[in-house]
Design a binder for this molecule. Sequence first.
Ligand code: 5GP
Ligand code: ZN
Length: 109
Amino acid sequence: MEKGCLFCQISHGETSTELLFENDTLVVFKDIHPAAPVHLLIVPKQHIRSINDLQDADRPILAEMLLVARDMAAQSGVATSGYRLFVNVERGGGQVIFHLHLHLIGGWK
Ligand code: 5GP
Ligand code: ZN
């Protein structure tokens, strides 16, 4: 847990944010300002600032993030229609919350 980090707090269940999925590695919840009909955030419990801060040992976390994204896309009904997965990296890449997270967006008509 990183002091004052919003996604550390959310991923450890310390806020009222509803968790759509949780396992030992990560949590999934809805983005508060959805950019699409479906907009989920896949967030590791471990505090990693950004992609730049990943260690080789974090490989299983990344694999888990993608596999859970696959499952959440199916559960949200966008797997067949299609969706986007993206990660913003540092300020120039649009990152606002400095705790690694994967965006899943989809559900357009
Ligand atoms: P970033 O730009 O860092 O990749 O994305 C951060 C995302 O977190 C934004 O899409 C923003 O809407 C979302 N967000 C920021 N604060 C909160 C919050 O308190 N709750 C939820 N559910 N999402 C948040
Ligand atoms: Zn954090």
